[in-house]
Design a protein around this ligand. Structure first.
Ligand SMILES: [Zn+2]
Length: 252
């Protein structure tokens, strides 16, 4: 009796695994149909976010350069005021010494004015360059945004075509995964990620592993049918859930 119970358990485990595999394979083919589009959309979204950040940075740099210009403009105004004041004072000096002292002050302020002019020219030049950067980057943003819109539309169409199927499969999967032993789920997931075709559970077809197509010896096939334990392919490690072909190699 114990043996019978055990047999049923193994058979059920394999059946549950095979069911999960069937559902996952269907989900895989939906994903495959969508191709690289989801990833391309994500990449474009990331790129656009990066471009927007760069534009924001350029604009902040322009604003701070403008602030520098206005600071220098004020400095220049102050110096001009002082120059005018000193020139008035020069009219009323009592001696050459006073006149010379004031002349030095005027000279100093004129240097300040020249320096402020020079700085303002430099900042204006920098602003011009930054504005070029901004408009160049904005052009790139415009084109990327157009690419993104097109790809999103394309993806939306593909998704809407398969959305119902996908939702149904996801619900089925939720149920099916509950019947699979926790202990078997990890190797199942690992096998699925290891193999490009996503097959972790396969049947023996025409005497060969349905995953790697290597021959499964007749004795092994018999063991699989016995359902006494879970048997994996000795070549690829995939779980062999059953033998599809009724024709087995003749016993020698
Ligand atoms: Zn194999």
């Amino acid at each position: 009796m114990a043996v019978v119970a055990n047999e049923t358990t193994i058979a059920q485990k394999l059946e549950a695994l095979l069911k999960l595999q069937t559902i996952d394979s269907s989900l895989d083919s939906i994903k495959k149909m969508r191709g690289d589009l989801p990833e391309e959309v994500r990449d474009l979204e990331d790129e656009i976010a990066g471009i927007e950040t760069r534009i924001g940075k350029f604009n902040r740099e322009i604003a701070s350069l403008e602030e520098e210009i206005s600071k220098n403009r004020n400095t220049k105004k102050e110096s001009e005021k002082l120059v005018n004041k000193y020139k008035d004072q020069q009219m009323n000096v009592r001696n050459n010494r006073e006149y010379d002292a004031i002349s030095k002050e005027i000279e100093l302020q004129q240097l300040e004015i020249e320096l402020a002019d020079k700085r303002m020219r430099e900042f204006e030049f920098k602003i011009l360059n930054k504005r070029d950067d901004v408009s160049e980057t904005e052009t790139r943003l415009f084109h990327r945004q157009k690419d993104l819109d097109a790809k999103r539309k394309e993806l939306d169409v593909l998704i809407s075509e398969s959305e119902d199927d996908e939702q149904r499969l996801l619900k089925d999967r939720e149920k099916a995964v509950k019947f699979v032993e926790e202990r078997l789920l990890r190797p199942y997931d690992k096998l699925r990620t290891n193999y490009a075709n996503g097959l972790a559970v396969v049947l023996v077809k025409r005497g060969a592993c349905g995953g790697c197509f290597n021959v499964v010896p007749p004795q092994r096939q018999a063991d699989i049918k016995d359902h006494k334990r879970i048997i994996v392919c000795e070549h690829c490690g995939r779980i062999l859930a059953g033998v599809e072909d009724v024709i087995t190699a003749s016993k020698r």
